[in-house]
Design a protein around this ligand. Sequence first.
Ligand SMILES: C[S@@+](CC[C@H](N)C(=O)[O-])C[C@H]1O[C@@H](n2cnc3c(N)ncnc32)[C@H](O)[C@@H]1O
Length: 405
Amino acid sequence: MEQKDLTLIREGSTEFYIHDVDKDSIPSKSMNVFYNKRMEINRDISILGISAYSDLFNQDELIIVDSMAASGVSAIRILKECTKVKKSYINDINPEAVRLIKENMKLNNLDKEHIQFVVTNKDANLLFSEIVSESSEKQKKPNVISIDPFGTPNLYIDSAFKTLQKVNGLMCITATDTAVLFGVRPNACIRKYLSKPLHTEYCKEIGGRILIYFTSRIANINKIGIVPLLTFYSGHFIRLFCLSFKDKKKISKFYKNFGYIIHCNNCGYRSAFRNNVLNLPKECPVCDNIGDLDYAGPLWIGKIHDANFIKKILTLNNNSKSPNKKRIEKLLTYAIEENDMSISYYNIHKLCQNLKLTSVPKIEDILNEIKKLGYHASRTHFDFLSIKSDLDLLAIKNVLLEIKK
Ligand SMILES: C[S@@+](CC[C@H](N)C(=O)[O-])C[C@H]1O[C@@H](n2cnc3c(N)ncnc32)[C@H](O)[C@@H]1O
C-alpha cells in the first residue's frame, strides 16, 4: 500500500487514512475499504457510550472487540478517547481493511507497549469462537463487543453473546437493513428477526423494538438477559447498546417486555399488548373495524433506554469537541423524554395535512396544550417532526384544530 494512494481524514482526536479511490464514492460494500462520514455520529455516541458504561457499570479495565472495524477508525478512536482500555481486538474479513488498519495504527503511534491490541483478518464468528477458547481464569472474557456489519447483524449475535462477559457486559449492535426492520420487506423481517414489522408512521420505533426483541431472545438462549441502555435511530441505521445479566429468574421476569403492537389502518388506533398472542383483539376497540386491524411483533414493549446511562453520555458530550455535539444533545434529550411514554408516535406534519391545515403549529405549543389537558406528551428521537402522547388520536387532532383557531 503506497502513501500516495491514501487520503488523510480527521475525526475526533484521530487522523487516519482511507483509500484515495474511496474518497468520493457513495458509501457501499463495493468500496476498497468501507468508510462513511455520515456514521461519525454513530462512532461519537459509541465512544461516549463505552465511557459511560465504564463509569456506571464496569469497574474493570476494558477488553473490547471491534469485530467489523473497516478502516479501524472507531477502534483507534476508542483507544485514544476512552480511558481504561486494557486490550482491543480489531478485526475485519476484508484483507485490504486489515492492511489499512495496520497503517492507521502506525499513523496514530499506537504501539503495543502501552495497550495490548490484536489486529486480525477473520470472519467475525470465527474470531468470537477463538476468543472464547482462549478465555480462561487468567484471560478474562471481553466486556465490550461491537457488531457493525453491512445490513443485518443477526448472524453474529449468538456467537457474540457466547464471547461477551455474562454479567455487566456491553453489547453494541448496528443494523442498517432498515427496509427490513421498518416493514418495507416484511417477509425478510420475519425470516431474519422472527418478528412481523409494520410499515406505519412509527415504523422506526417498531424496527428498534424488533432488534431489541431479537437480541434479547438470542441472549436468552445463551442463559443471558439484556437491559437496553440506548436504542437510537439516525440516518439509515439503528444502533442498540445493551447490558448483559445472568439470572434465570430475572430473565423470566423480563418476558413481560415481550409483546405485540396492534394498529388499526382505518382509524389509526394503536396499542401494545403483553406476550399472549391469544389475547390480541380481533376488532378495533375504537372504530370496531375488523379487516383493518394489523399487528407487529413479537417485539420488545418495555423501556428501550436507561435514563441514567443517557444522562451520563450527555454529561460526557458537554466536554466533547465533536461537530455532532449539538445533534447528539438533541437526539439524546428526546430519547430521555420518550423513555417513559407509551409506544408509537404521531407525525404532526401528516396530521396537519390530513386536517387540511395550511400551516403547522409549533411542536412545543402542541406538547404544552396536551399537558394542560392533563395528559403526557413528549418529543421522540425517532422523528423530530413527531410527538408521543397518551392522548388519543382524535383528541390530538382536536388540539391541533384548537391551536389553529
Ligand atoms: C459497515 S462496515 C464497518 C464500519 C466501521 N465499523 C466504521 O465505523 O467505519 C462493515 C465492515 O464489516 C466487514 N465485514 C463484513 N462481513 C464480515 C464478517 N463476516 N466478519 C468480519 N467482518 C465483516 C466488512 O468488510 C466491512 O469492513
